[in-house]
Unconditional design. Structure first.
Lengths: 98, 326
């Protein structure tokens, strides 16, 4: 069973730049991402927003695999700051706050 | 087995804090390229290399070592490596393995940029040994505290030298100084322009038209962070070069894979191979504008394909042939 952490969702919301809540799940970002991982970036953000701590922890390599290339971002219809959101997650991992 | 992220980032962050750069670069190695160019020291307008071209040979050597470790049990020793690196400069030994040929090529790219700016009639100085790395890599990895402290040191250096305008040579440094420093450094008001923008604005005379077609690779950062799309194309057209755009170009350019080389070498290589295949469909003479794209696409290129830095091409077109080095 997945562990839900309300703290995780609260922490990302405190990151000024994090705006994944604007996402409306069209999936364009995943389709254009050169990594070709199903999790990146839409599902990852969804897990974070839902506070699925264990699942997000499993995704640490994916979080650091992101090229910050903004291919997703420049095609996102909801203006989600995807690369900045990924960077915010890296900061949380680095500070052992995830 | 993937490489351990924490210890590697720890080593890079410790290096920046203790040694002023993610990988140790001696003053001699950082400034060697400027020998004989007689650039004035300092000044209100400076050329700021941000050490990117100079660091690439060491980063490339490190990435090759990491690729060997990627599937090895030794990776677990990297945690210990971080402890040792604080006392003994471990990454310095890695940088000793950097390719001499790569160092020469990258130094030459910087010399070409200087000659190009001079041909365009631009006056500028250089900080020599006082120049520092921008901190781009630690920012990208989300190490904001380490980055912020470093950015403030770099900004203080600019202030000490009375720098008002900076001409950058690569997309990552351009973005750091233009967009990110103002968020981390109070009252950072240095004007920042890429040399491509500066040269395009000053429109030098074409001396040796280059009658060729190149497959053009836009850097993600120039294209999607900084919207620098027109200046290189205008200069290429002026130089007599036809541009063959790959399927993904301009704001839809495809990454070279380089940003994840240090942590995920095999993935980086897979992505650079994909990009090279797209570019090779457009042409076998590939042109790049970023030292990271340059080294990664060159490594992935198939036989018969050349990958050159745009400064090489511009130097051949706009600089008197007795001075230009290609
Ligand atoms: S492209 Fe934007 S809106 Fe669509 S799923 Fe991705 S983040 Fe959400
Ligand atoms: S920024 Fe990251 S998630 Fe977005 S397309 Fe590039 S690699 Fe994929």
């Amino acid at each position: 069973m997945a562990t839900v952490s309300s703290e995780l969702a609260a922490k990302v919301k405190r990151c000024e730049e994090f705006n994944a809540e604007a996402c409306y799940h069209c999936g364009v970002c995943t389709a254009v991402c050169p990594l070709g991982y199903g999790i990146m970036p839409r599902k990852l953000f969804r897990q974070v927003m839902l506070g699925l701590k264990d699942k997000v922890e499993e995704q640490v390599p994916a979080i650091y695999s992101c090229l910050l290339c903004r291919m997703c971002e420049s095609n996102c219809p909801a203006e989600v700051r995807i690369s900045e959101n990924v960077r915010a997650l890296r900061t949380l991992v680095n500070n052992k706050e995830l | 087995m993937a490489l351990p992220i924490g210890p590697i980032l720890g080593i890079l962050g410790d290096n920046l804090k203790q040694r002023g750069s993610v990988l140790p670069l001696t003053r001699a190695a950082a400034t060697r390229w400027s020998k004989g160019l007689d650039l004035p020291r300092g000044g209100e307008t400076i050329l700021y290399t941000g050490h990117m071209y100079q660091l690439i040979p060491a980063i490339d050597a490190m990435a090759s070592q990491m690729a060997l470790l990627e599937n090895s049990r030794i990776t677990k020793l990297l945690g210990m490596g971080r402890l040792v690196n604080k006392v003994i400069n471990l990454s310095f030994f890695m940088s000793l393995m950097a390719s001499k040929e790569l160092k020469q090529r990258n130094d030459e790219a910087l010399r070409n940029i200087v000659r190009l700016l001079q041909a365009a009639g631009v006056d500028f100085g250089y900080l020599y040994g006082d120049e520092m790395y921008s901190g781009a890599l630690v920012y990208d990895e989300g190490m904001d505290d380490v980055f912020g402290a470093h950015a403030r040191r770099v900004a203080a250096r600019f202030k000490k030298h009375g720098v008002k305008k900076v001409i950058t040579v690569d997309p990552h440094t351009t973005n750091m100084l233009r967009e990110i420093y103002p968020k981390f450094v109070k009252d950072f008001d240095v004007e920042v322009q890429s040399y491509l923008e500066v040269v395009a604005e000053n429109s030098p005379e074409v001396l040796q038209p280059q009658d060729q077609t190149v497959a053009f690779h836009d850097s993600c950062v120039y294209a999607r962070y900084e919207s620098i799309l027109a200046p290189p194309r205008e200069l290429l057209a002026k130089a007599g070069v036809s541009v063959a755009e790959p399927e993904l170009s301009g704001t839809n350019t495809h990454c070279c894979g380089g940003p994840i080389e240090a942590l995920f070498p095999s993935e980086a290589h897979r992505i650079s191979k994909e990009r090279v295949a797209q570019l090779e469909k457009a042409g076998k003479q590939i042109v790049t504008m970023c030292p990271i794209c340059w080294v990664n696409l060159r490594k992935a290129a198939t036989e018969g394909t050349t990958v050159q830095d745009i400064s090489q091409l511009f130097s051949a077109a706009f600089v008197k042939s007795s001075q230009s080095c290609t």
